[in-house]
Design a protein around this ligand. Structure first.
Ligand code: LAN
Length: 719
C-alpha cells in the first residue's frame, strides 16, 4: 500500500540532521547508530559510504563503465556492494518491516521511565509518519499491509508517548481510522497486553496467561517447553506480567489515551466481553472452539486461583526469563521478548543496578536508522544470514578469484569464523535450550540461537571460501565436524528440518494458538527452505570430508524424500520465510541438483522448472507478492522484482534448464535495472514470517543479483 506524508506537511516532531548519524559495528557484528551532536566529533569520525547508503544520502560513488556482459554486471554490482561491507567483514542492513515492534520499545521504555533519547523520538515519529497508509492514515501489521487495529492503535499510542499532540493532523486522521475499525477494544491479544501494561486497557479484558503453565510436568504434551521457541519465549514474560497484573502508574497522558483509543467512555466498557473481541481486519488465525473452551476454563480458574501456586508460577516464569537474558547477552531471542523481559526485570531489579544497565545498553542493538527515520528491527540484525549468501555468491560467480576481491573475501571468512558458536548455552538444559555447539546463528554469536538453515548456510559460506577461494583455513576441521554433529541431531521424523529445534510438541497445539494475527506459531514445523539448506550444507561438507559419511547419506536421503513430498501438485514449493513459491523453489532445486537431479533426469525438477517458467512475466522477470504467503496461492506482483528474478535464474541454472533464452531474458532484465554505480534500487519487501508479517531483506537485492549474474555468466554460453 502506498504511504505518504498526506497527514501533515512535515514529520510531527521534525527531523534530525542526517549527516550526524554513524553506524558503529563492534563485538561480532553489533549494530549501534550514534547521533553526534558535536561538530568536532563529526569531523573526527567521518561518515562512511556504508552510513550514507543506509541513511539514503548520496554515496558519491562513481558511475562505472556500462557492462556489456553478465559477468561485467556482476563485477559492477560487487564493486558497489563492497563499499557497504562493515569494517569487521560482515554486511549490515535495515531489518525492518513489522510495525508491531516499536510499540513494545516505546511502551516498555515509558512504563519503566527509561529516558528516550531526543533523536530517537524525532526519528521514530518520522518513520511512523512515512509509514502511515496514505488513504486512511493508519498502520498495518507490516509496512505493506492495510490498516489494522493492531497497527493503528499501537502506533498511535507510540506517537502520543513520544510527545505528538492528539490534535496533530496525522493523529486526527489515524484516530478516525481506529474508531472506524471499532476502536482499541478489538485489538488482538498481543496488543491488549501492551495496552494493559500501559494501563490503557484492563487486564480483565484479556484472556488468561497463567504463568502456572510452567509448573506442569515436562512430560505433558502441552507443556510450554514444547512450543515454538519464539512463542514460548514471548509467553514467559507475558505470564509474569499477567500474573502480576503489572500496569504503569497513572498520569495525565495515560488518562487521555484512555479516552482517545476507544469509541465509548473507558469506564463504560464491559471488559470481560472484550477478551475474544478481535477486529475482523486483524484476524489471520481465528480462535478455535478448543481455544475458546480452554480460555473459559482458565477464566474460571482466574476467579479462584490459589495464591501460593500463582506466586510459584510467577517465580518460575521470572527464573526462566532471567536465564534467557543471560543466555543471549540481554538481547533475547527477538525484539518482543527483549522488551517484555526488560519490563519484568525492571519490576524486580534496582533501576541503577548492573542488570538494568546492560538491558538498557542492549536496547540500542534493535534500533536502526534508515532514510525514513528510526525503526525497531526484527532481530538484532541479519548479519550471518546476509554474509553467508554473499560469501557463496563471491565464490560461485568466480569473483572471489579476482585480485580486487581478495581482501573482501578474507574479511568475510574472518567474520564467519568468529561468528560460529562453539559451546552450548550457559544455561542449557535448565532453560530448555537446544544445543548450540557448532552452530551459526541468524544474526550474531551473542544472540546465540542455533537456526538449522543459518548453520547450514554458515557452513557452506566457510567451505566455499576456504576450499573455493584459496584462503587460509580459519575454521578447523574439528569445528566443521561439530557443525555436522549438530545438524544431524536436528532432523524431524519425516525427514524435514525445522527452524530452531526439532518438533517437540503435538500438532493439536496449533489449535490453541491465541495470537490471532500469526499462523503456525505454536510448534516447530519442517520447512522446505530449512531442509534444503541443511541438505546442501551436508552435501557440500561431504565433498571435503569423509566424517560420518553413512549418517550424512541417510539424513540426506530422508530429507530429500521430505523435499520431494513437499512439492505441490503444480510443481512449486511453498516458502515460509521469504516470498514465497519463488523463494522455496530455488532452495528445493538447489538441493535436488546437488544430489544429481536435473531437468533432464528428474520429473520433480522438471515440474519445478515448468512452474517457474509459467510465471515468467512479459519483461522476462518474476514478481510475486506477500499475498502468496497469506493465501497459499501464487500472487503476481504488478511489476517484476530483481530479487525474485535472481532466485529463478539461480534455480534454473541449478536445474540445468535447457531453454537458455528464457534465462537470458531474465539476466538482461536484472542488468537493465542496474544503476550506473552498480547498485540496484529497493523494490518490494522480500521476506515474511508466520504467514502474515512481511519483513525486509534489503541485502538480497545485492547478494542474489550478483550471484545470479555471476552464475549465469559462468554456466551459459554468451558468445
Ligand atoms: C526469522 C528470520 C530468519 C528466519 C530464516 C533463517 C530466514 C528462516 O529460514 C528460519 C526462521 C528465521 C530464523 C526467523 C524466525 C522468526 C523471526 C525471528 C524471523 C522472521 C525474524 C523475526 C521473527 C520473529 C518471530 C519476530 C518477532 C515476532 C514474534 C511472533 C515473536
Amino acid at each position: 500500500m502506498e504511504t505518504s506524508s498526506s497527514s501533515g506537511a512535515s514529520p510531527p516532531l521534525g527531523k534530525t540532521d542526517p549527516s550526524r548519524w554513524r553506524l558503529r559495528v563492534s563485538d561480532g557484528g553489533r549494530h549501534v547508530w550514534h547521533y553526534l551532536s558535536d561538530d568536532q566529533q563529526c569531523r573526527d569520525w567521518p561518515q562512511t559510504i556504508e552510513d550514507r547508503y543506509w541513511l539514503g544520502l548520496e554515496t558519491g560513488l562513481p558511475e562505472l563503465p556500462s557492462p556489456k556482459t553478465p559477468l561485467e554486471a556482476a563485477r559492477n554490482g560487487m564493486s558497489f556492494y563492497k563499499h557497504l561491507q562493515s569494517q569487521d567483514g560482515h554486511w549490515a542492513g535495515e531489518y525492518g518491516g513489522p510495525l508491531f515492534l516499536l510499540p513494545g520499545l516505546v511502551i516498555g521504555m515509558y512504563v519503566t521511565r527509561t529516558p528516550i533519547p531526543e533523536e530517537w523520538k524525532v526519528e521514530i515519529a518520522r518513520y511512523l509518519w512515512h509509514r502511515a497508509n496514505k488513504t486512511d492514515g493508519g498502520w498495518g501489521i507490516h509496512i505493506e499491509g492495510c490498516s489494522t487495529v493492531f497497527g493503528t492503535a499501537l502506533n498511535y499510542t507510540v506517537l502520543r508517548l513520544l510527545g505528538v499532540s492528539a490534535d496533530h493532523p496525522m493523529m486526527i486522521k489515524a484516530r478516525a481510522t481506529l474508531h472506524k475499525l471499532g476502536g482499541a477494544t478489538g485489538i488482538p491479544s498481543w496488543g491488549k497486553l501492551w495496552l494493559a501494561v500501559l494501563n490503557v486497557y484492563e487486564w480483565e479484558g484479556m484472556n488468561p496467561i497463567p504463568p502456572e503453565l510452567w509448573l506442569l510436568p515436562d512430560w505433558l504434551p502441552i507443556h510450554p517447553w514444547r512450543w515454538w521457541v519464539h512463542t514460548r519465549m514471548v509467553y514467559i514474560p507475558m505470564g509474569y506480567l499477567y500474573g502480576k497484573r503489572f500496569r504503569a502508574e497513572m498520569d495525565p497522558l495515560i488518562e487521555s489515551l484512555r479516552q482517545e483509543l476507544y469509541v465509548q467512555p473507558y469506564d463504560s466498557i464491559d471488559w470481560p466481553k472484550q477478551r475474544n473481541n478481535v477486529a475482523q481486519v486483524d484476524v489471520y488465525a481465528p480462535h478455535t472452539l478448543l481455544l475458546d473452551t480452554l480460555m473459559s476454563i482458565l477464566s474460571t480458574y482466574e476467579m479462584c486461583s490459589i495464591p501460593p501456586i500463582r506466586k510459584a508460577g510467577i517465580k518460575r516464569a521470572y527464573e526462566l526469563l532471567v536465564l534467557e537474558d543471560e543466555n543471549t547477552g540481554y538481547q533475547g531471542i527477538g525484539p518482543v521478548n527483549k522488551m517484555l523481559n526488560y519490563i519484568c526485570r525492571w519490576n524486580e531489579e534496582p533501576e541503577d543496578g548492573e542488570v538494568m544497565k546492560i538491558h538498557r545498553e542492549k536496547l540500542k542493538d534493535f534500533m536502526w536508522m534508515g532514510a525514513e527515520g528510526m525503526m525497531m528491527t526484527g532481530t538484532n540484525g541479519s548479519q550471518l544470514w546476509d554474509t553467508s549468501f554473499i560469501a557463496q555468491a563471491l565464490v560461485d560467480s568466480g569473483l572471489s578469484q579476482e585480485p580486487e576481491n581478495k581482501e573482501i573475501c578474507s574479511k568475510v571468512l574472518d567474520w564467519l569464523d568468529q561468528c560460529q558458536i562453539q559451546h552450548d548455552p550457559p544455561h542449557y538444559r535448565s532453560a530448555y535450550r537446544f544445543s548450540t555447539k557448532g552452530a551459526w546463528p541468524f544474526s550474531t554469536k551473542e544472540q546465540g540461537y542455533t537456526v538449522s538453515d543459518c548453520t547450514a548456510e554458515g557452513l557452506k559460506g566457510v567451505i566455499a571460501l576456504q576450499n573455493g577461494a584459496n584462503l587460509d583455513h580459519k575454521v578447523s576441521q574439528r569445528r566443521l565436524r561439530d557443525t555436522v554433529d549438530l545438524l544431524l541431531t536436528m532432523q524431524n521424523r519425516g525427514g524435514g528440518f525445522a527452524s530452531y529445534e526439532t518438533i517437540n510438541g503435538p500438532a493439536i497445539l496449533e489449535k490453541i494458538n491465541p495470537a490471532e494475527v500469526f499462523g503456525d506459531i505454536m510448534i516447530e514445523y519442517s520447512y522446505p527452505e530449512c531442509t534444503t539448506s541443511v541438505v546442501t550444507g551436508l552435501l557440500t561438507f561431504r565433498r571435503i570430508d569423509d566424517y560420518r559419511k553413512e549418517d550424512i547419506d541417510r539424513t540426506v536421503r530422508d530429507a530429500t524424500e521430505y523435499i520431494l513430498k513437499a512439492q505441490r501438485p503444480d510443481g512449486s514449493w511453498f516458502g515460509s520465510w521469504a516470498i514465497c513459491f519463488t523463494y522455496a523453489t530455488m532452495f528445493a532445486l538447489e538441493s535436488l541438483s546437488l544430489s544429481g537431479r536435473h531437468y533432464d533426469n528428474c520429473e520433480n525438477v522438471r515440474r519445478g522448472c515448468d512452474f517457474l517458467i509459467s510465471k515468467q512475466m512479459e519483461d522476462g522477470g518474476w514478481g510475486e507478492t506477500y499475498k502468496s504467503c497469506e493465501t497459499g496461492i501464487y500472487t503476481q506482483a504488478e511489476t517484476s522484482q530483481v530479487v525474485q528474478t535472481a532466485w529463478v535464474i539461480i534455480s534454473l541454472c541449478h536445474a540445468k534448464y535447457p531453454d537458455h533464452d528464457k534465462i537470458k531474458r531474465a539476466v538482461r532484465l536484472i542488468m537493465s535495472r542496474q544503476q550506473p554505480d552498480g547498485s540496484w534500487k529497493q523494490e518490494q519487501i522480500e521476506g515474511i514470517f508466520n504467514r502474515n508479517c512481511a519483513i525486509s531483506y534489503p541485502n538480497y537485492k545485492f547478494s542474489f543479483t550478483i550471484w545470479a549474474l555471476g552464475k549465469a555468466a559462468r554456466e551459459l554460453d554468451w558468445s
